[in-house]
Design a protein around this ligand. Structure first.
Ligand code: SAM
Length: 218
């Protein structure tokens, strides 16, 4: 799967993207991730990417010219890619959204907003507007990492045990995973539930079902 991230801060990504499963996915050529530096498309000698909002108000907005040029550049690398804009105003990202993206593995171009946001006209090039939750972050970089991580771990071959994602929290939309334990059987007076040591698979399944909570509908 090819993912291109349009950002003013590409240096934020390697620590997350080049570690653990995301690194493994790249090593195995299951993931091709690259960064498009919005600054490269800035205007004039100063490579300007932002300006004040019409109508007044605090802060700066990402200008349309660099954003359009960066998206068009990314589209040249992957013409069929979906363009995703990170915004607190977007549709809430869910496990089902990640699963759909992992199933199709259609390329993604993710735009990270900054400052007070972006000139609205960029939405004419966007297929999906995505929010990762009801709070405001400083930029779209963390949301882009969250979205990427949630998709890539679902690409077949990335996690190893192919069932590990299928039985996780939210895999059916709202059931949360049951509590899990590992050795030792007793730690600081706290014991592993007897049934998990019993070897009785039916009883273990029953206990796990009974101890799986339902997530909030929201
Ligand atoms: N003025 C904007 C508002 O009130 O919605 C907030 C802008 S925020 C400081 C800068 C950028 O961070 C946004 O353009 C967006 O790309 C990203 N961002 C912030 N919160 C986000 C969220 N919950 N989900 C996705 N992206 C978010």
């Amino acid at each position: 799967m090819k993912i291109q991230i349009i950002t003013l801060f590409p240096e934020m990504f390697p620590g997350i993207m080049d570690a653990s499963m995301l690194w493994k996915a790249q090593e195995q050529k299951l993931l091709d991730i690259s960064y498009v530096n919005l600054r490269d498309f800035g205007l004039g000698n100063r490579k300007t990417v932002d300006d004040t909002p019409y109508g007044g108000g605090d802060g700066m907005l990402l200008k349309p010219e660099p954003l359009f040029a960066a998206v068009r550049f990314a589209k040249e690398q992957d013409p069929d890619a979906n363009v995703m804009l990170m915004t607190a105003r977007g549709a809430r990202w869910k496990q089902a959204s990640a699963q759909k993206a992992a199933d199709t593995q259609t390329g993604l171009i993710i735009i990270c907003g900054r400052y007070e946001g972006y000139d609205e006209r960029i939405t004419s090039l966007v297929d999906m507007q995505v929010s990762i939750g009801d709070y405001v972050l400083t930029g779209g970089e963390l949301p882009a990492m969250v979205v990427t991580d949630s998709i890539v771990r679902l690409i077949p071959g990335v996690l190893g045990g192919e069932n590990s994602a299928a039985i996780e929290s939210f895999s059916d939309g709202r059931t949360l995973e049951f509590p899990q334990y590992t050795r030792p059987e007793e730690f600081e007076g706290m014991k592993v539930p007897e049934v998990l040591l019993s070897g009785n698979h039916a009883a273990i399944e029953k206990w796990r079902t009974e101890n799986s909570q339902q997530a909030d509908k929201n």
